[in-house]
Design a protein around this ligand. Structure first.
Ligand SMILES: N[C@@H](CCC(=O)N[C@@H](CS)C(=O)NCC(=O)O)C(=O)O
Length: 256
């Protein structure tokens, strides 16, 4: 293992996924935080890729949260791995992880940007935590253009947001059904990448206090978001995710 650096947009739930996996292993790493849109020069320079998270491990550059979790799993003790050794269970974990990443994560992000972007100051308070002062200053000046760019990039328009919210509720109903047998974790009776990914991708809808940056309490969120957050929190999946954040987010496990 080399020196570890994680390049992030701090509020991004894909970045939270990588950060959680690193924290869980108790590894020493430096998080390089950037404001969305202003992160491009850095990620292009390091990974030739627009997206974060990017993990730099010595001479290796790993982009994409799933690749990062898989890479970090090689540093975990066998009882703490996020991907089970059992092939069938591992496939199940991977399928759930993809589903949460590719559908729920995309829609929860579209929803939070749609509701937060109109509140420039509040958005920057959330987004700029730990970012370089120059980026904070640039974001204050260029906010209207950044907001338009993010809206277009994420297609954060009313119809798409509404359809995405309906799709997210459907996913939550399906996960509620999985949890109905009283299981403590989604696959194999222990915490895996499926649980970690579900927790992160649902986070915008449930605002967990243990998230890796400070997130507003429910009553501090833009008013239009509050009823929705309360509804998601009241589902079996919502309370499962809040429990995972409470019990697992700041709990270490053994590395090798
Ligand atoms: N599938 C990727 C998704 C990463 C992603 O969409 N990152 C966003 C931040 S939430 C990003 O960097 N977007 C900038 C862009 O793609 O231009 C992962 O799991 O890492």
């Amino acid at each position: 293992m080399g020196e570890l650096r994680l390049i992030t947009i701090p509020m991004s739930h894909y970045c939270e996924k990588a950060r959680w996996a690193l924290d869980r292993l108790g590894l020493t790493y430096r998080e390089e935080r950037h404001i969305q849109g202003l992160h491009y020069p850095r990620t292009w320079w390091v990974s030739r890729n627009p997206a974060v998270p990017v993990l730099v491990d010595g001479g290796r550059v790993i982009a994409d949260s799933t690749n990062i979790l898989k890479h970090l799993d090689s540093y975990a003790a066998s009882g703490s791995r996020l991907y089970p050794r059992d092939t069938v269970e591992c496939r199940e974990v991977e399928a759930l992880e993809d589903w949460f990443d590719e559908v729920l994560g995309v829609e929860s992000r579209r929803w939070i940007y749609f509701h937060y972007l109109p509140h420039g100051r509040a958005f920057r308070r959330l987004a700029a935590q730990g970012a370089p002062w120059l980026e904070c200053a640039a974001a204050a000046v260029a906010y209207p253009a950044m907001s338009r760019f993010a809206t277009r990039l994420l297609q954060a328009y009313p119809k798409a947001v509404e359809a995405g919210l309906a799709q997210s509720r459907e996913i939550v109903r399906e996960v509620d059904a999985m949890l109905a047998d009283g299981r403590a974790y989604l696959v194999g009776g222990r915490f895996t990448a499926a649980d970690l990914t579900l927790a992160c991708m649902l986070a915008p809808f449930v605002a967990p206090p243990e998230y890796g940056i400070r997130v507003p309490a429910v009553h501090e969120l833009p008013a239009a978001m509050q009823p929705c957050v309360r509804q998601f929190r009241a589902t079996a999946t919502g309370s499962f995710v809040l429990r995972l954040f409470r019990e697992q987010r700041h709990r270490g496990c053994r590395g090798r």
